[in-house]
Write a protein that binds this ligand. Structure first.
Ligand SMILES: NCc1[nH]cc(CCC(=O)O)c1CC(=O)O
Length: 322
């Protein structure tokens, strides 16, 4: 028997961006299949990061994409939060009383190159010298600088849709953007996957910790709901993301740190975790790649962070943040 955990509709809190709303619709669909009698209401919530017009890295990674939503979950205004794991700070425990109930099977974690619709450019290598590439993440800026030091990296803020609008609609402005780098999963969730010209391999641009993973968060005390949501969780994604976040924790990093981390599961079932830490220019970086048992992802993440710290990661991070 599947007891319906709530007699009233389940209130799902989410950011208001089109990507966030699309993610939430996916979760509602999964819940409808699992528990057809359970009604759901979507509660769009404005977060501090949505209002911030400046440089994202200056927000200091305080989790401002998720904080306002977590507060509403703690106060009981909503029952469930759908977050991009990438936006959830990794440098400490979750807010009091909240737990991750499930991580959905991971979407494409890679970054992609997008060019204006009428551009013939197919790859980063084909961009002309000095081309303007939009990106506001330190992680992407650093890795683009490493591959193509001649490029001008332009800070572009806003939702994926806003950024695409700037790419397609600013030709009258000088300088126009020649390309953008965004998350593959973000484009796909907006049904804009066909705009990706080049999908960067993880060796070309190592993804952010938790990239492409949607996480369902609820109150620990909401036992019936927790049991229901757990059924949506994917064990492989949980192991991979746990290794990545253990690495991030070891480095005391956050979503806008100059840190990249990506864990994959090899054919033999073992985890393969890569980590990188760079300065903003991408000229100085350290990296590590270690394999370990899927039974102990925390240990693997700890080993990769220890190795990065041994190579000087803390000094590189300190030099970048200010
Ligand atoms: N900070 C915004 C954000 N948070 C998660 C994603 C992508 C989707 C994901 O990785 O889950 C994005 C957009 C982007 O990075 O282009």
């Amino acid at each position: 028997m599947n007891p319906s955990p709530h007699s009233r509709p389940l209130r799902i809190g989410t950011r208001k961006s089109p990507m966030a709303l699309a993610q939430t619709e996916r979760v509602r669909e999964l819940l409808r299949k699992l528990e057809p009698d359970l009604g759901t209401d979507v509660v769009p919530i404005e977060t501090e990061a949505d209002q911030w017009q400046g440089d994202l890295s200056k927000l200091g990674g305080k989790g401002l994409f998720v904080k306002a939503i977590d507060l509403r979950l703690q106060s009981g205004d909503i029952d469930l939060a759908v977050h991009c794991l990438k936006d959830v700070p990794g440098d400490g425990p979750l807010p009091e009383g909240l737990v991750f109930a499930a991580m959905l099977p991971r979407d494409d974690a890679r970054d992609v190159l997008v060019v204006p619709e009428d551009s013939g450019v197919r790859t980063l290598a084909e961009l002309p010298a000095g081309a303007h590439v939009g990106s506001s993440s330190v992680r992407r800026r650093a890795q683009l600088g490493r591959a193509r030091p001649d490029l001008r990296i332009v800070r572009v803020r806003g939702t994926v849709g806003t950024r695409l609008g700037k790419l397609d609609g600013t030709k009258a402005m000088a300088p126009a953007l020649d390309a953008l780098v965004v998350a593959a999963s973000g484009l796909e969730r907006l049904e804009l996957g066909q705009r990706a010209r080049q999908v960067f391999t993880v060796d070309e641009i190592l993804p952010a910790v938790g990239a492409g993973v949607l996480v369902l968060e609820c109150r620990r005390a909401d036992g019936d709901l927790l049991a229901l949501l757990r059924q949506l969780g994917d064990a492989r994604t949980l192991a991979e993301a746990t290794a990545e976040r253990a690495m991030l924790y070891g480095l005391r990093g956050h979503c806008n740190s100059p840190i990249a981390g990506y864990c994959d599961t090899e054919v033999d079932g073992r985890l393969s975790l890569r980590g990188m830490v760079f300065d903003e220019a991408g000229s100085t970086f350290v990296r590590a790649h270690i394999r370990g048992s899927a039974d102990d992802p925390v240990d693997l993440g700890g080993r990769v962070s220890t190795e990065l710290l041994r190579q000087g990661a803390a000094e590189i991070i300190a030099g970048t943040v200010h």
